[in-house]
Design a protein around this ligand. Structure first.
Ligand SMILES: N#Cc1ccc(Nc2nc(N)cc(-n3ccc(CO)n3)n2)cc1
Length: 286
């Protein structure tokens, strides 16, 4: 169910850092189409050699992304296996991960953030309609394809990355480290259901409106576990309607979390209310 890419068709350029158990580099792939050699810029995601046993899950995550296509889902060209290296070949997304982008550029507007949030909600709605749970929604896995430039009146464009290795294989410490993105019920079951993505969406909304700051970043794994044991909530944002949406998504009872359609409806009303506030008072909610 995969396009296999020959290792010799890949060219490696600079390293771009690492995700969990993988490291990423910019590169290019060549392929022959109707006798013409094409070179495409790609992102090469390599599974660490010491996590070789996770290669099935690594490629399962990739195959999830290549079985379905949507404008807000990352395009995975295929995989390449060479000696002990397991490589996922992805479309190169120009501006990289959203968490780093938000940390670097403090000047994105509320409407920019709402636009990004709505695009993520649309991607989740698409997955929900196909009954596919992603399992690793967070700002680090949102990739910025277009910055959006208010003066040129064009908006940002994001792509949801692959979920990576499933948490069932990653061990308890990694799962604890993913608090508060991982839904509380996952700590017991290690099973990912659709409702889990709604919890993670709430946590990612919090990140986006806190300029990429990681929620609960100061807490150690034990304190993070206690955060769930005490049914705690993230610090509320000043914009109460937005804070309400985050609370709805981060309900401890999965069945009480809103559908994607409801999330999109609520984001739409925030977008119009943001618009009204802007044009009424010329100021922005936080
Ligand atoms: N400076 C810089 C810079 C870095 C990366 C890109 N591009 C890109 N393209 C992808 N397909 C995936 C990713 N990722 C980044 C983190 C993860 C973890 O999931 N993926 N980055 C563009 C600029």
């Amino acid at each position: 169910q995969f396009h296999m890419i020959k290792h010799e068709d890949l060219t490696w350029r600079e390293s771009l850092g690492q995700g969990s158990f993988t490291h990423i580099s910019r590169g290019s792939k060549t392929d022959q189409r109707d006798g013409v050699t094409h070179s495409t810029e790609v992102l090469l995601k390599v599974l660490d050699a010491n996590h070789k046993n996770c290669w099935e899950s690594f490629f399962e995550a990739a195959s999830l992304m290549s079985q379905i296509s949507h404008k807000h889902l990352l395009l995975v060209y295929g995989i390449s296996v060479h000696k002990s290296k397991n490589i996922m070949v992805q479309e190169f997304v120009k501006h990289g991960a959203l968490d780093l982008y938000l940390k670097r550029s403090m000047s994105v507007s509320v409407s920019w953030k709402l636009d990004v949030a709505k695009q993520l909600a649309c991607a989740l709605n698409f997955l929900e309609e196909k009954n596919i749970a992603h399992g690793n929604i967070c700002a680090k896995n949102l990739l910025l394809a277009r910055e959006g430039d208010p003066s040129a009146d064009n908006s940002p464009f994001i792509k949801l990355s692959d979920p990576g290795i499933s948490m069932a294989l990653l061990g308890k410490d990694v799962v604890l480290d993913r608090i508060p993105w991982v839904a509380p019920e996952v700590l017991d079951t290690l099973e990912i259901e659709l409702e889990c993505d709604k919890w993670s969406f709430g946590s990612t909304l919090w990140e986006i409106f806190n300029n990429g700051e990681a929620p609960l970043q100061g807490l150690d794994p034990i304190q993070k576990q206690q955060f769930y044991e005490h049914f705690s909530n993230l610090p509320a944002l000043e914009w109460t309607e937005l804070a309400d949406l985050i609370i709805q998504c981060m309900q401890y009872q999965p069945e009480l979390r809103p559908s994607c359609r409801s999330i999109i409806r609520q984001l739409n009303s925030l977008i119009t209310s943001d618009y009204e506030i802007l044009h009424a008072t010329g100021t922005h909610p936080k």
